[in-house]
Design a binder for this molecule. Structure first.
Ligand code: G6P
Ligand code: MN
Length: 441
């Protein structure tokens, strides 16, 4: 089994490799191909992987290359985890947005649109290349903004591209733990778009345990989402939102917190990662850097809502790479399972058309992933999902047609951008600062 990682010099690759080393199943990955545009990053990550594999029984063979076609030929699975413009680009996205008083997060609001406008043209090229050179490969998209990028890639790859995110898994894990329930026995009724979903039921033994959790103040405020949103608001919603909905429900506070920070997330990570990649790279330096990255994740949201430090269970990782590996097993070994994935809607959410990519529990086996029908969304949630999907589509249209008008539309119709004048200024600054946006005419 040959697995190709696009963005193979990326910081989270050792997480995937660690999961591969632990995998003893018959159809496990035997060949790992790392592709990256930056040989220095490939080299650094290669060193971490070599240390990680020392002493492991039967580790996968690793090759690293900057030649895309060579990487893709013969691929069974492709993980796409790229970052167009690097963390320097992310820092610009964030600063420009915050200067205008709107959100710059890499997947939400103006920042998400800017990042999507940079990433989608590259993702479309990759998708075309994969369709030509490895038409039987399954493509698992990790690249943010994951919903937008997966939908764009599906134009060329159909349902052979599946998007993943670990935030619904983390949410589910925290809620099930707060309930004291058995994770194996729980059915999570979660649905929405990537970074825009709601957990509406936790069914165990055919009974929904969520109402009991919502009624239990202590248990409800014992985990991250309860602390971010507050017990009262969760009870009003009758659901537990994905942590990224903090940007929508507490927009003013999130913007203020972002503007108040000496170093917003993008700038912090740019420096942190630069230190790692240019330093004495080892498994230990990688692990130290990873812990720091995890510990500071969403720190400004937590601080602005009075939530404390992250729970130690959330620092261990174990989300991202396990979803990816579970997906590879289910498809590669035809082991049927259910995972929350980004897949075409079909008839899951009536508010969207069938090709819209949604994030929803999906049955996965050798035939790929199919969404499991869910109950309707509340009106307010459905409206938000429809608005944000319209933004995704404007981003994809801008990239496909090189259209500045569609890019302006994407920014201006975003529910978290409050004026067309702001959208226009944002677009001017983004196009001035990002050479990757020169395609917009
Ligand atoms: C979560 C999100 C991912 C994101 C990751 C890292 O897992 O679901 O989409 O890439 O956090 O966030 P960071 O701010 O550390 O880049
Ligand atoms: Mn995510």
């Amino acid at each position: 089994m040959r697995l190709v990682v696009l963005g193979g010099g990326g910081f989270r690759v050792p997480l995937v490799h660690g999961a591969l080393l632990a995998d003893r199943s018959p159809g496990r990955v035997t060949e790992l191909v790392l592709h990256d545009v930056d040989p220095r990053r490939l080299d650094a990550i290669g060193r971490v992987l070599a240390e990680q594999a020392a002493g492991a029984a039967d580790p996968p063979g690793i090759t690293a290359t900057t030649d895309l076609d060579e990487a893709l030929r013969g691929a069974d699975f492709v993980f796409s985890a790229i970052r167009v413009g690097g963390l320097a680009g992310r820092a610009v996205d964030e600063r420009v947005a915050l200067d205008e008083g709107v959100l710059g997060q890499e997947t939400v609001g103006a920042g998400g649109v800017a990042y999507g406008l940079r990433t989608v043209p590259v993702a479309l090229d990759l998708a075309r290349r994969i369709a030509a050179l490895a038409p039987d490969a399954w493509v698992i998209n990790f690249t943010n903004p994951a919903g937008t990028v997966t939908e764009a890639m599906s134009r060329h790859l159909g349902d052979r591209v599946i998007g993943i995110c670990d935030s619904p898994v983390g949410l589910g894990r925290r809620v099930v733990r707060a309930l004291g329930a058995d994770p194996e026995a729980a059915w999570l009724d979660y649905v929405g778009l990537n970074h825009l979903g709601w957990l509406r039921q936790v069914r165990v033994g055919g009974r929904d345990l969520l109402p009991a959790l919502l009624a239990d103040e202590k248990a409800l405020t014992s985990f991250e989402e309860g602390q971010l949103f507050g017990a009262e608001w969760l009870r009003v919603l009758g659901a537990v939102p994905n942590e990224y909905l903090h940007y929508y429900y507490f927009t003013r506070e999130a913007v203020a917190a972002g503007r108040g920070e000496a170093q917003p997330r993008g700038a912090f990570l740019r420096e942190q990662q630069e230190r790692f990649y240019s330093g004495e790279v080892s498994l230990a330096s990688w692990e130290r850097t990873r812990r720091e990255r995890e510990a500071t994740y969403m720190a400004s949201n937590r601080e602005s809502s009075g939530a404390g430090e992250r729970d130690s269970c959330d620092l261990d990782g174990g989300g991202y790479e396990h979803v990816a590996l579970a997906l590879v097993h289910a498809i590669g070994n035809n082991e049927r399972t259910t995972l929350i994935l980004n897949v075409p809607n079909g008839s899951t959410l009536p508010v969207l058309d069938s090709s819209a990519v949604v994030e929803v529990p999906s049955v996965v086996d050798a035939n790929g992933a199919r969404p499991v029908a869910v109950g309707p969304l509340a009106d307010d949630a459905a409206a938000l999902v429809a608005s944000v999907k319209a933004v995704d589509r404007a981003v994809v249209a801008a990239a496909v047609h090189g259209s500045r008008a569609q890019a302006l539309r994407a920014l201006a119709i975003h529910p978290l951008v409050d004026s067309v004048a702001v959208a226009r200024r944002l677009l001017d600054r983004y196009t001035a600062e990002h050479r990757e946006l020169a395609y917009l005419r």
